[in-house]
Design a protein around this ligand. Structure first.
Ligand code: KG4
Ligand code: ZN
Length: 337
């Protein structure tokens, strides 16, 4: 089989990343330039600053990805970039750059949905992993239960009605004084405490999620008693939020297998929040109990990176899903859209 060399470009939020991946699975390079230090000064991502930073570094990041892969622009077969969802100004930098390269090199351009990219990160970690499976995508902007029917065929069967889980982690971190980026800090703090504080679990009768209730409860408790044990609060938040994730995911797994002829036997996690060790432990435990195989992307592929975009780009390309130079950034792009 001919090797297809894909250049991936990711600029949807606060990471500028470029990567070279062969046939959607073999990563030759994955360069990530994080803007965390700059945004930390403001307590969160400032969209205008993010766009400017992407513009400043995208060319160097791409050249470094080529260098580390031992390739030149001429060796690239396909150029793939994230075109949504994300911050419009940030997305536009990657989309414009990729369009410029596609035109100059006369190579096909493939626009990739960022969430589908997160799912594809697992194809890199697990070389033999193939659809169908159920994927729980948990990130700063998304909480989706996705029935991955094939590489480019997705059905969203549950999603958050309000905050994304990562957003809730970030907000809890800010309220208890841990700063940005919040998820990893809440995880560390939770390890020093016990989940002894009662927090409300959303009561929803389908496969959707809701995290605004638990987030508000944490804020109110902290305001009422500024001396509340922060480690216990973080541990309690992490536990209740994780319970909501595991319960819905197991219900979704059962529903798919009741309704579809093509059964699934795997649960796959994706997105920045899937780096959380407590969440990973709980899914592993439930997987063992229920005899379901559970997959997590390796840590560096959980958060935003271009290797996952190159992988998704490859599968779009071989299915003939190629973009043209009219490709635009779509900040609220839906999965499968
Ligand atoms: O996937 P990602 O890099 O960006 C989006 O597509 O949104 O996810 C970023 C989110 C942030 O909310 C961050 O706080 C969260 O993932 N996150 C974590 C952990 N590492 C990153 N949340 C909980 N525990 C972690 N270890
Ligand atoms: Zn992401």
């Amino acid at each position: 089989m001919k090797e297809i060399v894909v250049l991936g470009i990711e600029t949807s939020c606060d990471e500028t990343s470029a990567s070279i991946v062969i046939n959607g699975r073999r990563v030759l390079s994955n360069v990530i330039n994080s803007q965390i230090d700059i945004h930390t000064l403001y307590g969160g991502v400032v969209p205008e600053i993010a766009s400017r930073c992407h513009t400043e570094v995208i060319n160097q990041v791409t050249k470094e990805a080529l260098k580390q892969a031992g390739k030149t622009f001429k060796d690239i077969d396909v150029i793939s970039c994230t075109y949504g969802p994300g911050l419009v100004g940030a997305l536009l930098v990657g989309v414009s750059y990729a369009k410029g390269l596609s035109y100059a090199l006369n190579k096909p351009l493939v626009g990739v949905n960022h969430i589908e990219g997160h799912i594809a990160g697992n194809y890199i970690t697990y070389n033999k992993l193939e659809p169908p499976f159920l994927c729980l995508v948990i990130s700063g902007g998304h909480t989706h239960l996705v029935h991955v029917k094939d590489y480019c065929n997705f059905e969203v069967i549950g999603k958050t009605r309000d905050d994304a889980i990562g957003e809730a982690f970030d907000k809890v971190a800010r309220v208890v004084g841990l700063g940005y980026p919040g998820g990893p800090k809440v995880e560390q703090k939770a390890k020093e405490g016990v989940p002894s504080i009662n927090l409300p679990k959303a009561n929803i009768d389908n496969l959707d999620f809701s995290f605004s209730g638990i987030k508000t409860a944490v804020i109110n408790l902290d305001h009422k008693d500024p001396n509340i044990n922060k480690a216990d609060l973080c541990a309690s938040f992490e536990k209740v939020a994780t319970d909501m994730l595991t319960q819905n995911t197991i219900n979704a797994f059962k529903q798919i297998n009741n309704e579809n002829n093509k059964k699934i036997d795997k649960i796959v996690l994706a997105g920045g929040v899937s780096a959380n060790s407590y969440i990973r432990e709980q899914f592993e435990k439930i997987g063992k109990e229920q005899k379901i195989d559970v997959y997590f992307p390796e840590l560096k592929l959980c958060t935003d990176n271009a290797a996952m975009i190159a992988s998704a780009g490859y599968y779009n390309y071989i299915e003939g899903k190629i973009s043209d130079l009219k490709l635009n950034a779509i900040p609220n792009l839906k999965i499968g859209g």
